[in-house]
Design a protein around this ligand. Structure first.
Ligand SMILES: C[S@@+](CC[C@H](N)C(=O)[O-])C[C@H]1O[C@@H](n2cnc3c(N)ncnc32)[C@H](O)[C@@H]1O
Length: 249
């Protein structure tokens, strides 16, 4: 039985790693880090810096591997993600078999909250199906959605109101928008919205030294957000942003 921890590490600020997460890190012998190419190298460095900050040097081992190829242009999004998860499952199964001893604890450091738009739990289910028996533990983390609301000093919902969270590619099919959070929006789906009443609370690189916040009527700040995204991407090679859209009452 392989013992594996999925540790939520928050959206980038090492001070937003919970005490429970730090205690969990201290039990770990092997951390598995997925290298997602040059553009995301900084995210690997941020994870390493968190380990250096909270753990004694030499008390753990890092196993860094390259993330399997993902076809970002595939016509069928769901099929492409399924294939990619299968490749990741095969990689994880091999890592857990070869790199983690029977008495050792392994861990994945997961961005934000492990239960929100993170596939590691689903992938480890496939690893189980490949015959690796696992004992899993999940440590919750602060999500980028929570960080966004805190930075803008707004509640995520108003009284009695539901909150919808969706990926950018599903925004166009929404009907009336009252209160929703958009993540994973590489295509800037907000630029297609024409509703003149909507407000946007946008944040990029939340919790990091590069954090950018912009808020206001969507039609008034749309261009400013596009420029900030472009500039951030040019300077750093990558961007992670999330936003809340709200209709004033
Ligand atoms: C694969 S999802 C992971 C979400 C993560 N589990 C969480 O709880 O925040 C990646 C998306 O989360 C959002 N995100 C994650 N970290 C962020 C950050 N530091 N600043 C802004 N958005 C972030 C972006 O929308 C990004 O496209």
């Amino acid at each position: 039985m392989k013992q594996v921890l999925l540790i939520g590490i928050g959206p980038g600020d090492p001070r937003q790693v919970t005490y429970e997460a730090v205690e969990a890190m201290r039990r770990v012998s092997v951390f598995f880090l997925l290298d997602k190419g040059q553009a995301k190298d900084e995210l690997v460095q941020l994870r390493k810096a968190m380990l250096e900050r909270y753990l004694e040097a030499g008390s753990y081992r890092l196993v860094q591997v390259e993330d399997p190829y993902r076809d970002g242009q595939a016509a069928d999004y769901v099929d492409a993600v399924r294939d990619w998860h299968e490749r990741r499952a095969t990689l994880y199964a091999r890592l857990l078999r070869d790199e983690l001893g029977p008495a050792q604890v392994g861990a994945f450091l997961l961005w934000g909250e492990p239960g929100l738009y993170d596939s590691t739990l689903r992938i480890l289910e496939r690893v189980r199906q490949q015959g690796v028996s696992l004992q899993l533990e999940v440590i919750p983390g602060i999500s980028s959605v929570q960080a966004l609301a805190a930075r803008h000093r707004i509640p995520l919902n108003r009284v009695g109101e539901p909150l919808t969270v969706l990926p950018g590619r599903r925004l166009a099919e929404q009907g009336r928008i009252d209160n929703l959070v958009v993540m994973l929006d590489g295509q800037c789906a907000f630029t297609e919205l024409t509703d003149p009443d909507l407000l946007i609370y946008w944040g990029a690189y939340l919790g990091t030294v590069d954090e950018i916040l912009i808020a206001g009527p969507l039609h008034a700040v749309r261009e400013q957000i596009l420029q900030a995204r472009e500039e951030g991407r040019r300077r750093k090679g990558w961007i992670m942003d999330t936003y809340l859209l709200r209709r004033p009452r």
